[in-house]
Write a protein that binds this ligand. Structure first.
Ligand SMILES: [Fe+2]
Length: 384
């Protein structure tokens, strides 16, 4: 939710789009509820620590339409609480379409062309009005739907006639689930996704959601560093991300967030303590070549001075291996890696710093060759 609101604020500051108070509230509520449909997906899938199989992902892809159905059910209650302060039609669009993309890919519902036939919509609405999901449903040969519960029966859809024959009898729960499954199936049809008529608040939530997913850690992968995310956002402008909002979006993403590890071109390693758009302030915690005089220094820096920016010590090691192009057979190993990791996760205070420095000082942190490192930096500068 925070990312969506930050983006809206930046769009206003940049003069790209202004928002009424109602739009802001709608955006906040939509962003808060956008993934509500995940509550209906099997917990073994939503909480799976590893990557999803194709089948599991197909199931997961139902969460926008399930969310839209849930919002429809909750709508009377939400309208009671929020009244005119929010536009519930747009909230419904946000929930149902936040995985659609401007290029027509992605998944979810096209709110401009509701793919759910009127009849199914009406049946679903009629079923949703019942206060209980207990009881039975009978469908007659004339298409009437009769609901029986607590010894009472009533026709909730169509008109039942005296000589009607019951062709299907099932529990309310099963019938409701069947209708909702059918709604999901219909919404997956590509033709509905192609005719896009999306409110732009939907794009804001979609962009913010994709960004949050990219930077978040998963059990099977670490979150990406913002510099990499920024590159992807630029590459996906007009494809995954709504082009008119991309420039403002990039402005709210700082290159090196607080807590990032930055390896400078001079071999010093710092932990960012203050973030600015393309740089910030950091505290030097190590030097790749064991130069201790710089450790503990506060340093103001710009993006140009940074050789590698990462979020984890492991990532720094991997990035070095990839970027510093060590000599044949030479593996880059960060000595005192655990200490560095502990230091990063601990709150930054001089006592901890002293303790860590004491451990780091005896040996150089970097075991690759200085020549390989400086050579790779020169090569990279030529590329820039
Ligand atoms: Fe989602």
């Amino acid at each position: 939710m925070v990312t969506s609101l930050l983006l809206a604020k930046k769009l206003e500051e940049d003069g790209v789009r202004s928002f009424t108070a109602k739009e802001k509230m709608t955006l906040a509520l939509g962003a808060l509820l956008h993934d509500i449909g995940k509550a209906t997906i099997d917990k073994n899938i939503t909480n799976k620590p590893g990557k999803l199989t194709d089948e599991e992902f197909a199931e997961m892809k139902k969460h926008p339409i399930h969310g839209k159905v849930l919002i429809r059910r909750l709508r009377p209650a939400l309208e009671t609480v929020f009244g005119d302060a929010v536009d519930m039609n747009i909230v419904e669009q946000i929930v149902g379409s936040h995985h659609l993309r401007p290029d027509g890919k992605g998944y979810g519902i096209d709110p401009g062309v509701d793919p759910i036939p009127k009849k199914i919509n009406e049946i679903h609405k009629a079923l949703s009005k019942e206060s209980s999901v207990e009881g039975n449903i009978k469908v007659t040969n004339s298409g009437a739907i009769i609901y029986e519960h607590d010894g009472k029966s009533k026709t909730i859809y169509g008109t039942s006639k005296k000589d009607d024959e019951v062709v299907t009898e099932t529990s309310m729960k099963t019938f409701m689930a069947g209708i909702e499954n059918e709604m999901s199936r219909l919404c997956e049809k590509k033709q509905f996704v192609d005719k896009l008529d999306i409110h732009d608040l939907v794009w804001i939530v979609g962009m913010a959601d994709a960004f949050d997913a990219m930077i978040s850690d998963r059990s099977y992968r670490l979150g990406m560093h913002p510099t990499k995310v920024l590159k992807i956002i630029e590459e996906e402008k007009g494809k995954q991300f709504y082009a008119p909002f991309v420039d403002s979006f990039k402005k709210i993403i700082v290159d090196y967030p607080i807590g990032s590890i930055v390896l400078f071109r001079d071999g010093n390693v710092g932990i960012v303590t203050e973030a600015e758009k393309s740089g910030g302030k950091c505290e030097i915690v190590a030097s790749l070549f064991g130069d201790i005089d710089v450790v503990g220094e506060e340093r103001k820096f710009t993006a140009e001075e940074v050789f590698i920016g990462t979020r984890r010590v492991n990532e720094l090691e991997n990035a070095l291996q990839e970027k510093a192009k060590p000599l044949e057979g030479e593996k880059i190993v960060l000595a005192a890696k655990d200490e560095l990791e502990n230091f990063i996760s601990a709150s930054i205070n001089s006592e901890t710093l002293e303790e860590i420095l004491f451990k780091i000082r005896p040996d150089p942190v970097f075991e690759g060759s200085r020549e390989a490192f400086t050579k790779s930096m020169r090569e990279e500068e030529i590329e820039r």
